[in-house]
Design a protein around this ligand. Structure first.
Ligand SMILES: [Zn+2]
Ligand SMILES: [Zn+2]
Length: 290
């Protein structure tokens, strides 16, 4: 049997500085992690010092994490689809700043929520507006590395007319961008379930993956957020639960953990109890084994 490489972790705290995140991830037995590159609830944060950047890179290597197993998450205020020009401008500048930070840290992925026009534009126009925002971000930030950083569109629960509840919406955004090769997607299991993907068993998970393969291509998948769901199937509620304690349940997560197509991708818990992460990681790794 082929040796599997499962990179599983959680969205850990970067309190006190991003350089603390790798150690926080190692402490829970993680092989991957997510972090906020800056305060996720403010528009402005001071830039990194050269010392912070050096400390992060050192900590990453000391704790044995490959840069590919880190999936930073952009701030919650960012909305590239906003009908408010000022908010949209701030969003473009904010995401560009976060992409710059991602590159400074030596990382290659930056996950963000596509956005919403709050019902003021139709789906196609909203997707084009988001794609235009993405293009402005990518044009504003230089990345001369052989493999430049990719922006990762996260699927959504579809709450509040947020784009990204279906893979076809994510595909519309990617197709409308001038830089499709710089774009990837992340599947959040709670969001998918709340958006109507019934992933409570292996057949349901395979159906989601088949949709993803057909609509976006499996090579677009850059990571997963593993969360159980408080809300029911199709409820459009973005409320995360610990693994096995929500509406998706253990059978669904077993199917995910046994899916070898996910090997090597960062699999990130965003479940509500940080004290439970070490146990959840163990539970999920156990499911991958049998
Ligand atoms: Zn998210
Ligand atoms: Zn998520």
């Amino acid at each position: 049997m082929r040796q599997r490489s499962i990179t599983l972790g959680a969205h850990v705290s970067a309190a006190g500085g991003v350089q603390n995140a790798p150690g926080n991830a190692r402490a829970i037995g993680a092989g991957a992690f997510a972090l906020f590159t800056r305060n996720q609830r403010r528009w402005h944060s001071p830039g990194y010092t050269t010392e912070t950047i050096a400390l992060f890179r050192q900590a990453l290597s000391d704790q044995g994490f490959a840069p590919e197993s880190v999936l930073p998450h952009a701030g919650y205020l960012i909305n590239l689809g906003s009908p408010d020009e000022e908010v949209r401008e701030k969003s473009i500048r904010g995401l560009a700043d976060e992409l710059e930070r991602t590159i400074q840290l030596g990382l290659g992925l930056l996950n963000f929520h596509p956005g919403t026009s709050k019902g003021q534009m139709d789906e196609a126009a909203t997707c084009r507006r988001i794609a235009d925002g993405i293009d402005q971000v990518l044009q504003a930030v230089e990345d001369t590395r052989r493999a430049p950083a990719r922006l990762v569109l996260e699927n959504t629960a579809g709450q509040g007319s947020n784009m990204g509840a279906t893979f076809s919406q994510l595909a519309q955004i990617i197709e409308a961008s001038a830089f499709p090769e710089r774009l990837a997607v992340c599947v959040d299991t709670c969001h998918a379930f709340a958006a109507g993907f019934d992933i409570r068993n292996a057949a349901g998970w395979d159906a989601l993956m088949a949709d993803l393969e057909q609509t976006l291509g499996l090579e677009r998948l850059a990571g997963l957020h593993l969360n159980d769901s408080l809300g029911a199937l199709g409820s459009k509620k973005d409320r995360h639960q610990p693994i096995g304690e929500g509406e998706i349940g253990l059978e669904g997560f077993r199917a995910i953990m046994q899916d070898q197509r996910l090997d090597g991708l960062p699999l990130i818990l965003e479940t509500p109890d940080p004290d439970g992460w070490a146990r959840e990681i163990e539970l999920l790794l156990e499911m991958a084994r049998n």
